[in-house]
Design a protein around this ligand. Structure first.
Ligand code: HAM
Length: 442
């Protein structure tokens, strides 16, 4: 049993490290962000799904990637000795759900969700230990039209945050190209290829010298040619820097050609939709092991928000984890933390909406029943009404209504109860309209 003695230390009012409390002001912003997400994705015909925050830990071991699983998950053993993880991302849960009902579902399947996710990260600007993430995924489309559609949705969301196309950039890469480079050009085994991709992923976070040392360790004599390739200025430059090592017919070469063609197709397709702020980025890796093709991220060009706003890609093999055959899948995630930062940077945070349309001020306790009845009748007309139940002085009650920016007040005293004549006062103009219970409207 819990026992609180007078001597016991007072509990801290701080939230747990790296997680947030949402007071009403923050919650209003959060609601606005979710509203942008929902309305945008629903115009593309996506359906919402959800699931529990708890998953068996093994779900993440296979494909989420070592860093996420070993360093960033909240994992514990439950009372039945099962290893359980608070989900750090939604994609494995989604793959599990789609695999479970695959026969009944109609493809192409367009689904979205707004889960709360948990990652044990070092809290810093743009990164917390708990965040809400919009997930948008499409299953059953083999062509790059799936990438084009999802990136198009992401761009619509960026615009809804208040950014112009010139304020942000879509960066693209393709795992197939990276696979070709590591396997066919540099003949790396799977482990070294994996190490190299993690090194590239860290490129911007470590010193140039440390990066070179890492590349040397993995690639030896090939490190220099790799650095030249990695430093290519643009897509054409990158293509011309690619060492041609294998005959045309090898599977590696096939991967390369498909990889390059997919990049071109996505860039062309988006250009046709008017999206030109898009570029190939050979250093873009993405941390998850499940991606199999195009990967993309979206960045605000204002350096104050230097973290990726969106991250996603194609993951055609993930469903095979559950014994099913392959299902083409493309999707992205985007978080609420960066959404808020962007809306702050671009001055598009929502203006706060008062909590009620009318405040009823009660003068004299004996008039409370009448006030309650009046409130009930107004609410039935969808008017949002709050009654001050504080028994404070009238002037204090009016001041409080004003502090909360409630636009209208009605004072209820003996006179009003007797006559049924109600004065609705507009708090901005000071104007009063005499009405009866039945005629009050906004
Ligand atoms: P992700 O890149 O790990 O991808 O996360 C996507 C987005 O979620 C990031 O760009 C960022 O906006 C936000 N985010 C991630 N971690 C944090 C954090 N600790 N604090 C605040 N915001 C964060 C995925 O999670 C993939 N599962 C996305 C996906 C869906 N791929 C295919 N479908």
């Amino acid at each position: 049993m819990y026992h609180m003695s007078n001597k016991s230390k007072k509990l801290s009012t701080d939230a747990y490290k790296g997680v947030r409390d949402f007071f009403p002001k923050e919650m209003a912003i959060e609601k606005k962000i979710f509203d942008i997400w929902r309305t945008t994705v629903e115009t593309y015909g996506y359906e919402e799904y959800s699931a529990s925050v708890l998953e068996p830990s093994e779900l993440y071991r296979a494909k989420s990637g070592e860093e996420i699983v070993n360093e960033q998950t909240y994992t514990f053993t439950d009372r039945g000795d099962r290893e359980v993880t608070l989900r750090p991302e939604m994609t494995p849960t989604l793959a599990r759900m789609v695999a479970a009902k695959k026969r009944e579902l109609v493809f192409p399947l367009r689904w979205y969700s707004i889960p709360n996710l948990f990652r044990y990260e070092q809290p810093q600007r743009g990164r917390v230990r708990e965040h809400w993430q919009l997930n948008v995924d499409i299953f059953g489309v083999e062509s790059t039209n799936a990438e084009i559609e999802t990136i198009n949705i992401a761009c619509d969301i960026m615009r809804a945050y208040g950014l112009k196309d010139t304020d942000f950039e879509v960066r693209l890469n393709n795992r197939k190209i990276m696979d070709y480079i590591t396997r066919d050009i540099y003949s790396l085994n799977e482990q070294s290829a994996h190490k190299l991709s993690k090194l590239i992923d860290k490129k911007d976070k470590i010193k140039t010298e440390a990066f070179k040392i890492g590349a040397n360790e993995i690639l030896g004599n090939n490190a220099q040619s790799f650095l030249t390739l990695l430093n290519s200025k643009n897509f054409e430059d990158f293509v011309s820097n690619l060492p041609q090592t294998k005959e045309e017919t090898s599977s590696g070469s096939y991967d390369l050609h498909t990889g390059l063609a997919e990049i071109r197709a996505v860039i062309d397709g988006l250009e046709k939709l008017g999206i030109t702020n898009i570029r190939f980025d050979q250093t873009l890796m993405r941390g998850f092991d499940y991606y199999t093709g195009i990967v993309f991220e979206i960045f605000d060009l204002n350096p104050i928000n230097h973290r990726a706003v969106f991250g996603g890609g194609r993951y055609d093999d993930l469903l095979s984890l559950f014994g099913n055959e392959k299902v083409s899948a493309v999707g992205f995630g985007t978080g609420d933390v960066i959404a808020r930062d962007l809306m702050e940077t671009y001055n598009s945070l929502p203006v706060s909406n008062p909590s009620a349309d009318i405040a009823i001020i009660v003068i004299g306790e004996q008039n409370t029943p009448y006030a309650l009845e009046l409130a009930k009748s107004l609410r039935s007309k969808k008017i949002r009404v709050v009654i001050d139940l504080s028994k404070k002085k009238i002037s204090d009650q009016i001041k409080n209504a004003d502090k909360k920016s409630i636009p209208r007040i009605i004072c209820i005293g003996d006179e009003e109860v007797k006559t049924g004549k109600l004065r609705v006062k507009n708090m901005t103009t000071g104007e009063e309209i005499i009405s009866s219970e039945d005629t009050i409207s906004l």
